[in-house]
Design a protein around this ligand. Structure first.
Ligand SMILES: C[S@@+](CC[C@H](N)C(=O)[O-])C[C@H]1O[C@@H](n2cnc3c(N)ncnc32)[C@H](O)[C@@H]1O
Length: 237
């Protein structure tokens, strides 16, 4: 990933502002970050703002998979505000030292359904999931299948760093069956099952629960909303 690295002495804010035309608060929160280190791809900043700005200054219940050194949770606290219920989960027990700093931190694996259910119960529900965990294909899909049904109606499920879908060491590969974008394709087909009529849904636990799939470079966003049987009309008043 070195070939994508921004120069140490470069102006992070200027790069994001100039190349992505973004100048919101999150730019400063990220680019002026102090304390725990936070490491993000520059093009993620405007994408986060596009999907998460509506949760600012609310009591949003926000679950981040992957805590590392706590920098990301610190960024979300500054961005979302004091009322947000923030929880980070990580498999690394060392991350428990960040519990209570910017939010709750709980230790466990993103592919453990009982652990995930317990965390969501403790949070009192969940509105947003941000998967920045192992980035392994089977973990991403397992977490999605377990957590998406628990997401509150109107919620947002974001998965980042999906360039890993092309890397064999994460269980992906350009033509690998487990490449997460194959799952996305199945979700597109499930979304349109009304029209093609093929029996059997690829992801029945999700098929009628999402209303939108958004693909950005390395980021997928799934909107949680009960799918409605489509209808159309001709109107002339
Ligand atoms: C890329 S770092 C996340 C960083 C954090 N979100 C940030 O932006 O600073 C990925 C984290 O996922 C954690 N992780 C790896 N496998 C995991 C698993 N199976 N379940 C939960 N967390 C896992 C790692 O320990 C690591 O801290």
């Amino acid at each position: 990933m070195k070939k994508f690295r921004f120069p140490e002495d470069g102006d992070v804010a200027a790069d994001i502002r100039e190349r992505y035309g973004f100048d919101g608060d999150l730019l400063e929160i990220y680019a002026e970050n102090t304390g725990a280190k936070v490491h993000k791809w520059h093009h993620y900043i405007p994408i986060y703002d596009r999907y998460f700005s509506r949760y600012r200054s609310t009591k949003v219940k926000f679950l981040e998979i992957g805590v590392n050194n706590g920098g990301s949770l610190q960024m979300w606290r500054k961005y979302l505000g004091p009322d947000a219920v923030l929880c980070g989960i990580d498999i690394n027990p060392d991350c428990s030292q960040y519990d209570g700093q910017s939010g709750m931190v709980r230790i466990g694996s993103q592919d453990d359904p009982e652990f995930l259910a317990a965390v969501v119960k403790e949070m009192g529900g969940v509105d947003v999931v941000l998967d920045d965990g192992s980035h392994r294909m089977h973990h991403i899909e397992k977490s999605l299948r377990v957590l998406f049904p628990m997401l509150n109606e109107g919620g947002t499920y974001m998965i980042e760093d999906l360039h890993t879908a092309y890397y064999p060491r994460f269980g992906g590969g350009f033509n690998a069956p487990a490449n997460f974008f194959n799952t996305m394709r199945q979700m597109v087909d499930d979304m349109h099952s009304w029209y093609h009529g093929k029996s059997g849904l690829a992801l029945p636990e999700l098929a009628r629960e999402f209303s939108g799939l958004h693909v950005h470079d390395s980021i997928v966003v799934i909107d949680k909303a009960a799918a409605q049987r489509p209808t159309h009309s001709r109107v002339q008043k």
